[in-house]
Design a protein around this ligand. Sequence first.
Ligand code: ZN
Length: 318
Amino acid sequence: MDKMYTLPIEIVEVSPRDGLQNEKIQIGTGDKVSLIERAIEAGIRRIEVTSFVNPRSVPQMADADDVCAALPVRDDVTYIGLVMNQRGADRALATGRIDQLGAVCVATDTFAMANQGQTSNGSVDVAKAIIRSAQAAGKSAQATIAASFGCPFEGEVAEDRIAGMAHELAQANPAEIALADTIGVGDPSHVTRLITKVKAAIGDTPIRVHFHNTRGTGLANVWAAIGAGAHTIDASIGGLGGCPFAPGAAGNVATEDVVYMLNRAGIETGADLDALIETNKWLTEIMGKELPALVAKSGGFPAPANPQNSIDKKEETA
Ligand code: ZN
């Protein structure tokens, strides 16, 4: 197998932010914090915990400060706060609990105007300023290029455009640059081409990928991304997710489905599949609806030893 498939892969859990932001029912702060605690219990070490945006635009994220105040104190976990502008960056840094800012720029002007009220180039400038303010505060920042594989308003996005944006962002020295398939239109061959092109444009800056499974290509895209040299994958427990400003956007690739695939392929993620499946069941209750993820419905393979069965057996033989 290609040597890319022998390296460990880092999962960034995005359910507390991308997973929940588009959900109609307001999830309580306590439940959001429980979700974060469960992700940590399951072995995830980097979590997008909230976003610092206008609560009128994204009411689900109105409790960003309260979520941060309740985060478990852990030296070994990196908490990411998503921000769209300097005001959001200042708010995130003021909590004292955010380790890494998540800056977002958008590949097309129409989507950039809908998402954050600026041009595409303007969003790159703002993202660079956000990265630098994180660094000035002794923190790090990641950068995401939304609509890297296609735009809900403008359609196809030129690969050279994404490579150019990534090159610009790399000048600010972010922890990594993510290619986001915000509306889930990418295919594995596109993923391989784009990552190869972006890698050539950004040198040593690591690449993260962010896939939505809108059209069922999510896991295939994850596999292609790893083969092309991405080592960090955004994923959301239960496969929740969506974007309020991108018509038709559906869930992120599901953490448990990604972890199952990678575990079976012998790729280390540090995540515990059984704990993720338990969290899926808990989250299903909280959301009051079936979640898009698949593995929790069927269980892992081989099936884990069921402690309840062995207790029953003991009682029978006793
Ligand atoms: Zn997303």
